[in-house]
Ligand binder design. Structure first.
Ligand code: 6OG
Length: 158
């Protein structure tokens, strides 16, 4: 039996650019990623997504502006936990991204994503997100650098 843990992951975009953050500590340290984390008790998934974005890079997005664009599942060899990651996107936001203790935010052109310094799975599902396609992906990792096997598909609805 797998123990499921739910996470959020938010990508803000504007003018053919996407906002990524360099993770400064914890899981995924030194990797560029979207903004997100675990749900707190009594919080909906979109509330968690909006809160994490504010906490990690100081920008605000209304929960109603967050679109669920993808669903990812991660498992690791020898670990009974499955990370279920709900991916959200928005072009609407308020504020200027600022560095926090957790993340260093930076805008990247959509045709110049720093995949070499990201989770290996990102190379596989980012193309769906960048084309505006909804997606489901599951990835089984051998260790933090190596994907043993995966499945990815476009979804018609979430
Ligand atoms: P905290 O531990 O900071 O939340 N996350 C992943 N994102 C990608 N792109 N690939 C992975 O491959 C990931 N594993 C976890 C989910 C961790 C944040 O990192 C995301 C959360 O937004 C294994 O609370």
């Amino acid at each position: 039996m797998l123990l499921k843990k739910v996470y959020t992951l938010v990508f803000i975009s504007k003018d053919q650019q996407i906002l990524l953050g360099l993770k400064k500590r914890g899981f995924g340290v030194n990797k560029w990623n979207g903004f997100g984390g675990k749900l707190e008790p009594n919080e909906t998934i979109v509330e968690a997504a909006s809160r994490e974005l504010k906490e990690e890079c100081c920008i605000r997005v209304k929960t109603t502006d967050l679109k669920n664009i993808g669903h990812l599942e991660f498992t690791f060899e020898g670990d009974k936990t499955m990370m279920e990651v709900r991916v959200f996107g928005s072009k609407l936001f308020e504020g200027i991204p600022r560095e926090t203790e957790e993340m260093l935010p930076k805008w990247f052109p959509c045709n110049n994503i720093p995949f070499d310094d990201m989770w290996p799975d990102d190379r596989i599902w980012f193309p769906y997100m960048l084309k505006g396609q909804l997606f489901y992906g599951r990835f089984h990792y051998k260790d933090l650098d190596t994907i043993l096997n995966y499945h990815i598909e476009e979804l018609k609805s979430m």
